[in-house]
Design a protein. Sequence first.
Length: 150
Amino acid sequence: MFRLLLIASIAIAGAFAVGNPSDAYAETVKSNSEINLDNYRYEWQTSNGISAQESGIGGDHATGGFSYYSPEGELVQLNYVADANGFQPAGSHVPTPPPIPAAIIRSLEYIRTHPQYVEPEYPQQRVQQRVQQRAPVRQGQRQFSKAFAG
C-alpha cells in the first residue's frame, strides 16, 4: 500500500512539474543598459514575454517593473518604487488588506476627539510619595557603602 501511494505521488508531482517547454529555449530579444555617475537605467525582454526595466538616481531612488506570463497564461505585471519609504509594489496580483470596518473607524475617531481621562491626585498620595522619597536613617542603624557590599 505504501509503495502504491509513493508511486502515485511521484507520478502526480512529475505531471505538474513539466512547466512551459518554451521557457527553456527563450532568447533575449532586447537588452539595453546605461550606467552614469549619478543614475542608471536598464531594460530587457525575452522571446517568451518576460521583460523588466528599472531606472535609478544615486542609490536613494529606483523605479521599475517587470512582467511575465503565469502558468495559466495570464500576463502578470508589477511596477514598483524603492526609496526612503521602502519597496512599494503595485500590481493587480499584489494582495491588499481588507477594508477597515466602519465600527473601528468610528471608535478611532471617538478616541481621537475625546482626551484620555487623567485621575486626580489626592493629598494622601502626595504625602505617601514624599515619605517614600525621603526614607530617613534612624539613629543606631548602620549604613553600608557600595564599596564594601559583597
